[in-house]
Design a protein around this ligand. Structure first.
Ligand code: NAD
Ligand code: UDP
Length: 315
């Protein structure tokens, strides 16, 4: 069944992924309630939806309980950029733990199906490559990334326990690095940083020697993965969603300089503590269960993202 007439709650709906998800759900005919505390999201991302009769926005911090009658919950609220989630680490872990408990309580009471936007960070600095869902991860519990990584791991545990104990219908998606229009200029993640730096003619800040790898998924592919997952009648996951094309960060910097026609140079800066060496999804399960695979290649996605930031910086 598609989302027609569903009352759908999107936590973190003013953020990068959440705002694209709100667009898709509105297109599908859902009645969308977006809640956000605007820590890393912005009304600008959803302003175009304000006049839509089936879109509602409420300022709310999910560490406090929230009451509404809903059929589906996409639970995305949590800062995703290391700069943002480390800014107030205690708040980040509260968001993942207390926020997820509040959303699961809401799902339990309303019998709503709930999807958690989990992360590839549950694998930490992985010793197995690419990472399948069966891998339990290699995570530092006391480092500067732990508020995010361990917060999401607890959120997954809570999802499973509410399912086992209270029969809440859950979906867990482990999202790998995703990029695209509506990332904030000051987001701090690698693709937006490099594009903004290249367009401003500033040096591109490659952390470490740039040999660490990531695989980058374009936003439209990710949103399709999330909606496919919540629409699935019984597959709970966890499921990896990401693009398996893997690149060293240095290569991303060089590619963005070339594609923007920038005269920027590359400057190497200190590698942050616990920065994972490599990351790439094993997408076998998503393909088998959802028939999902990413369609947008890196150059095509970067072109669209560069065009977005060019506009944004000129406006
Ligand atoms: P984002 O920072 O752009 O969006 C997060 C949104 O949540 C923001 O609008 C923010 O204001 C809101 N928020 C944060 N704390 C909140 C709170 N306590 N109460 C209410 N709202 C709150 O990040 P994003 O890239 O859109 O990520 C969305 C989700 O997907 C996050 O849960 C993130 O962990 C997950 N994820 C994203 C990626 C990625 O590459 N984009 C990768 C892995 C996981
Ligand atoms: N990175 C970088 N320069 C930047 C921002 C990030 O070299 O300006 C590196 C970062 O150290 C990491 C990779 O790019 O190795 C991806 O970082 P991001 O913050 O986007 O996401 P992560 O996968 O680390 O959560």
């Amino acid at each position: 069944m598609k989302n027609n007439q569903n009352h759908t709650l999107v936590t973190g709906g003013a953020g990068f992924l959440g705002s694209h998800l709100c667009d898709t759900l509105i297109e599908q005919g859902a009645d969308v309630l977006c809640i956000d505390n605007f820590f890393s999201g912005s009304k600008d991302n959803i302003r175009h939806l304000f006049s839509h009769p089936y879109f509602e926005l409420t300022r709310h911090d999910i560490i406090h309980p929230f009451f509404a009658e809903v059929d589906r919950i996409y639970h995305l609220a949590c800062p995703a950029s290391p700069i943002h989630y480390q800014y107030n680490a205690i708040k980040t872990i509260k968001t993942s733990v207390m926020g997820t408990i509040n959303m699961l309580g809401l799902a339990k009471r309303t019998k709503a199906r709930i999807l958690l936007a989990s992360t590839s960070e549950v694998y930490g600095d992985p010793e197995l490559h690419p990472q399948p869902e069966t891998y339990w991860g290699h995570v530092n519990p006391i480092g500067i990334r732990s508020c995010y990584d361990e917060g999401k791991r607890v959120a997954e545990t809570l999802m499973m326990d509410y399912h086992r104990q209270n029969r809440v219908q859950i979906r867990i998606c482990r999202i790998f690095n995703t990029y695209g229009p509506r990332m904030a200029i000051e987001d701090g993640r690698v693709v937006s940083n490099f594009i903004v730096q290249a367009l401003r003619g500033e040096p591109l800040t490659v952390y470490g020697d740039g040999s660490q790898t990531r695989s980058f998924c374009y936003v439209t592919d990710m949103i399709r993965g999330l909606t496919d997952m919540i629409d699935h009648p019984d597959f709970m996951g966890p499921v990896n969603l990401g693009n398996p094309e893997e690149y060293p960060i240095q290569e991303i910097a060089e590619k963005i300089i070339r594609m923007t026609g920038s005269s920027s140079r590359i400057s190497h800066e200190a590698l942050p503590e616990d920065d994972p060496v490599q990351r790439c999804p094993d997408n076998t399960l998503a393909a088998q269960k959802l028939g999902w695979a990413p369609k947008v290649g890196l150059e095509e996605g970067l072109e669209k993202t560069i065009a977005y930031f060019r506009d944004k910086l000129n406006s």
